[in-house]
Design a protein around this ligand. Structure first.
Ligand code: SIN
Ligand code: CO
Length: 378
């Protein structure tokens, strides 16, 4: 895990930069070794299950043309010499070294982490000036890229027409840096940015997701509805009226109290947040690997229990030794110690798990996770 961002301590970063303002970190990863090569990245873009795209600055159909993967090998030989970018999402789910690299970001909540996206671009390659709703760490993996950063933008900012990409029409450059391998740029959500490859260039983007308020209300309300009975209703304050047509401040207070009781319940919020934030990025992909029935014996004989790279784990303490464990959008009650072990991220051995396996509840949880595929034997 990173303990410093360049010369800045994690505490200072979290206090002064995280979710607030951009930060350029020179040499954030001294001797950075790219977990994959451009050829390996292109190989991933051929795979059915991998999300990939190519952005052409001057496409046959017009400027800023977007092509969606998976691609045929021949697609790459048809690309121009310069000014295009290949982007591959969730490389951490497919390349173990890429997943390991994400360990560096454990100073932030893992359930906020979305994925590691990797891009390759020849000289001039760029996806155009744009903004994201993500916190993102942009790490230069190979070659050089010139990053320009401008003010915050939003959905009302004018965009370039006739492209599926959301390219900002008026991009005002406020900062400009050339990033070398191992350098990193942190951008909070909405900051406009434009990265142009100066030569053959690999860029790693570590993105952190945050639900929009609209999504929160929508999804949380759906959760809450299932817990409420039709007889639970708004009640009026029963106050003397000057005009029977008035919706009084007390009536609005009454509605507020009703909603508070219905939506702001701690248990409901905990469950919703845990389940929502651990939903898998690609829930349609089957992660089960046909677990062996004798997995516990194999563990005893020295095998290690690993978390599936696509699985998302989180927990929340509910008592002195109890917790809600969230895995891939499901909640289960466990002991706090088991939840902590499973969410620590390390491979687990027999020694660490033997007490939990001896406990009926603990064994059940482990059994379920192995069967489903979130845990597997290495
Ligand atoms: C890129 O890697 O070229 C684009 C990343 C970004 O701007 O979010
Ligand atoms: Co971006």
């Amino acid at each position: 895990m990173l303990t410093h961002l360049g010369t800045i301590s994690i505490e200072t970063f979290l206090r002064d930069y995280w979710q607030q303002k951009p930060l350029l970190v020179r040499n954030a990863f001294p001797d950075f070794e790219s977990p994959l090569t451009p050829d390996e990245l292109a190989g991933l873009a051929l795979e059915e299950d991998v999300e990939s795209r190519i952005v052409l600055e001057n496409g046959s159909e017009g400027p800023w043309q977007l092509l969606n993967g998976p691609f045929e090998e021949s697609a790459f030989s048809q690309l121009p010499e310069t000014h295009w970018t290949l982007l591959v999402q969730a490389v951490d789910q497919w390349v173990p070294e890429a997943q390991e690299f994400l360990e560096q970001f454990k100073f932030l909540p893992s359930w906020r982490l979305d994925d590691l996206m990797v891009s390759y671009a020849p000289q001039g390659g760029s996806v155009g000036p744009h903004f994201d709703f993500y916190d993102v760490f942009l790490i230069q993996g190979h070659g050089q890229r010139r990053w320009q950063v401008g003010p915050k933008a939003d959905d009302d900012s004018p965009r370039v027409a006739n492209t599926k990409l959301r390219i900002l029409k008026n991009f005002k450059v406020e900062h400009e840096w050339v990033l070398e391998p191992g350098d990193m740029l942190y951008l909070p959500p909405q900051y406009s940015h434009n990265g142009v490859a100066l030569n053959d260039c690999l860029t790693y983007s570590v993105g952190f997701r945050a639900p929009s308020v609209g999504e929160i209300i929508d999804d949380l309300a759906t959760d809450a509805i299932s817990h409420h009975k039709d007889h639970q209703r708004y009640t009026d304050p029963g106050e003397p009226l000057a005009n029977s047509g008035e919706i009084s401040p007390a009536a609005i207070e009454g509605l507020k109290a009703t909603l508070q009781k219905a939506l702001l319940d701690e248990g409901l919020l905990r469950n919703w947040l845990g389940r929502y934030m651990t939903a898998r990025k690609y829930p349609e992909l089957d992660i089960s690997q046909g677990a062996d029935a004798d997995w516990a014996e194999q563990l005893y004989s020295g095998a290690l229990l690993q978390r599936h790279p696509a699985s998302r784990f989180a927990y929340s303490q509910t008592g002195a030794d109890s917790a809600q464990l969230f895995v891939d959008g499901e909640a289960v009650a466990t002991s706090l110690s088991l939840a902590e072990l499973l969410c620590g991220g390390d491979a687990l051995d027999w020694q660490q798990l033997q007490n939990h396996l001896a406990d009926k509840g603990g064994r059940n949880v482990l059994e379920q996770l192995v069967e489903y595929g979130a845990l597997y034997l290495d």
